[in-house]
Write a protein that binds this ligand. Sequence first.
Ligand code: URA
Length: 407
Amino acid sequence: MIIDIIRKKACNYELTKEELETIFNGYLTGFVKDYQMSAFLMAICINDMSDSEIFALTDIFIKSGDTLDLSSIPSIKVDKHSTGGVGDKTTLIVAPLVASCNVPVIKMSGRGLGYTGGTIDKLESIPSFRVDLSEEEIIKQAQEIGLVITSQTKNLAPLDKKIYALRDVTATTNSIPLIASSIMSKKIAAGTDKIIIDIKVGDGALIKTNNEAERLSSLLIKIGTYYQKEVRTIISPMDQPLGYNIGNKLEVIEALNVLDNKEAGPLLDLCLDLASNMIAMGLNISLEKARELALTNLKNGKAKEKFYELVKYQGGDLTKLTIDAKQYNIKANKSGVLKNIDALLIAKLSQNLGAGRKNKEDKIDYNAGIVIKKDIGSKVEEGDILAYLYTNLDIKDFDINGIFEIS
Ligand code: URA
């Protein structure tokens, strides 16, 4: 029976919902083995899925676990998701900015496994910050301050979690239908009303081409429509790191700089685009009006105040946000123009400094990371500092080959 379902997909026939339930629910219970699911996922990667198969799979993922009931929070709740990028600390900026405009944000985030930490790792780098709120605490905090960022408490889409772990080790992460159902099942189970999804495209991202990003965008919107949830998407580049800091505590520090109006550039621009869309959806207003509100609350300090309120409510102590690691300078080996900073290579370097996990069990060094000191397109002289590296590991040589392109 299972083998027939695998064969059917391998021969590029459309599967019924019952067949998908049989194989996926069987995997959750252990009846379907890793090797069978691996073959099946590869068949999906090669032969794709129809829209009705994708809707069915999303539904199977959602029903594999619990859903959060946020109906006791009266306003429209808006959530945000990013497909993942290097130096992506947008949630730390966007969530308080949107909440400061009276749109409640209840965000369940994850830890990172790839090269860099996830939002939860970044927040945990703030001493004493609690990321393990119960459902009651989430609701109370949302009602009182309109902003919560916590790790997934409930058993949300556990089947997606199990499948994702297998995809990670079977070269099946970049299937667009699998990505679409994975993202949407978690967002729908998390109970928000409207969702913005930042689709990253480029060398440092899961999605490498604009065509794939466009397809993913249209699928996410279709799945949202099926569940009566408004979904908007932004397609943003990930060939270079986002902002200047990479590494958990360093990214919190940079987020605070942005909230303090001390940094302009691509990171701020993307945050304003994301926040404006969330505010527009939450308050049912135009994008232009929403952008004005976002800019006002950034400039008058309300967004930053909201971040402080969040940290205080979740027990964190921002007075202890100092980098406790050895600092090394990376200098330019020639003069010229800084043409590129390779996102993927710099992410690997930050992982080697201790800022990311290689295995699920690894402990992250919150102090480790990189601060980029030069903008792409700027002139550099031989010997100029390109970046500071921070690590507590005993590293003799840093592999920076190919990261900074000067010509
Ligand atoms: N993010 C997810 O949650 N799932 C994917 O499959 C890819 C990115």
